[in-house]
Design a protein around this ligand. Structure first.
Ligand code: PHE
Length: 404
């Protein structure tokens, strides 16, 4: 009897799995229609046998982090169109397939599996969010397909294996930059910090831990630590405790939608001190959501769209000619990552994952929009961070912090 029940249970398990995967496939197909991606053909020519080179991109094209995916995709497509206009890679045109993962883990896994098993892409670009890169990296590693994250900063992402790279700095450094700025910036000189973080996000948890360590090491004190979950509508309990602790600064290592809502509620509750955050704040939506509440607040980032750097100025001109608005750092990192991947494919002795990865490990002093990029032994880039201040709803350059 027990045996029968177990067998019946197993069948049911399989059945519900089947329904689940059919449903996932259906949702997936719908999500593909939702964004303007070239996804209908899976002609399996990524390996270079045909006349083109196929790359994959998985990204949050919709959802609470939609600007992350859209900006990155804009940057990638700008780079690829330039490469194609200049003759492609060794005479072959490059095609990019983008799948919308909606900022969700299960969708990211499905998207990347499809890119590497059905579309046979040579390399994968993505994700922005570390939590999603951490899901996809083991899949790319297992199939031997190089993955380059433009912007995931959690250290563990590239620890998933020798096929996994990034073109940005990592969070221990970003945390150091934020802590140093909080301690030293004239008009801030913070001694006491409170932290408020998304406990469901590996990025936020990691950055919070590193910030706390670094802030203490630099002589500060962390006097309150409060958690929330992505998408929470009400932060008043956490903010009330934070207010009672009387901090000089509140560090919020979250993504822009939550941060915008937190800023509004913090000001309503009478918290007047500056809020400070990491790159997850970087979105044109932050100022739109938070309005005045975010002005006078600071965050660390990968580039500033101001300043005289000719690479940045040229990129701005090209970006603005094609899209609307000022490119955020994700557009720049997307652009740089696509150029680096195409460069590596061009130099590789074959289109095999291991050969492309061998070239990616050799990237040195690549002059990117987001700075000079060299890939180190851990497949990370070491670059300075910039600190931006929100002024009239727009990020404005304050200073640059060099690697330790
Ligand atoms: N660094 C963030 C993460 O790892 C992603 C991010 C990068 C978001 C740059 C905005 C800008 O999750």
């Amino acid at each position: 009897m027990a045996c029968h029940l177990l067998a019946a249970n197993r069948t049911l398990g399989r059945f519900s799995r089947l329904i689940f995967s059919t449903a996932t496939a259906a949702i997936f197909a719908i999500s593909l229609c939702g964004c303007k991606s070239e996804t209908t053909k899976s002609d399996a020519s990524g390996g270079g046998a045909g006349g083109e080179i196929v790359l994959g991109h998985y990204a949050s094209m919709t959802g609470g982090e939609a600007t992350f995916g859209r900006s990155t995709d804009n940057g990638i497509r700008l780079a690829i169109d330039e490469i194609n206009a200049a003759g492609g890679i060794n005479g072959k045109q490059v095609r990019i397939i983008t799948y919308d993962d909606k900022g969700e883990k299960a969708e990211a896994g499905t998207a990347v599996t499809r890119l590497v098993t059905k579309d046979n892409v040579i390399a994968v670009l993505g994700e922005v969010a570390s939590g999603l890169s951490l899901v996809a990296a083991p899949i790319c590693q297992e199939y031997g397909v190089p993955m380059v994250s433009p912007s995931s900063t959690n250290p563990e992402v590239t620890e998933k294996g020798d096929m996994i790279f990034r073109v940005c700095f990592i969070d221990p450094f970003q945390a150091y930059a934020c802590a140093k700025f909080a301690r030293e910036h004239e008009g801030l000189k913070a001694k006491k910090a409170a932290v408020l973080f998304d406990q469901t996000s590996p990025y936020a948890v990691g950055l919070k831990d590193e910030f706390s360590k670094s802030f203490k090491r630099q002589g500060g004190e962390v006097i309150a630590s409060e958690a929330y979950q992505k998408g929470d509508p009400d932060f008043s309990a956490q903010l009330t405790s934070i207010r009672a602790s009387e901090p000089d600064v509140v560090f919020i290592p979250g993504y822009y939608t939550d941060v915008g809502n937190i800023a509004i509620q913090a000001r309503r509750l009478g918290i007047k001190v500056p809020l400070l955050g990491g790159d997850g704040w970087d979105s044109e939506k932050l100022g739109e959501i938070a309005g005045d509440s975010i002005n006078g607040c600071f965050y660390s980032n990968h580039y500033a769209p101001e300043g005289p750097d000719p690479h940045v100025q040229e990129f701005l001109k090209k970006y603005k000619a094609r899209y609307s608005g000022t490119p955020d750092c994700l557009a720049g990192l997307g652009y740089d990552s696509a150029k680096i991947v195409c460069d590596a494919i061009g130099k590789a002795s074959s289109s095999k994952g291991a050969d492309v990865a061998a070239q990616l490990s050799k990237v040195k002093d690549f002059e990117g929009v987001t700075g000079k990029i060299s890939i180190d032994a851990n497949r990370n880039a070491v670059k300075p961070a910039v600190i931006l201040e929100m002024k009239n709803g727009k990020p404005t350059y304050v200073t640059t912090i060099q690697p330790e």
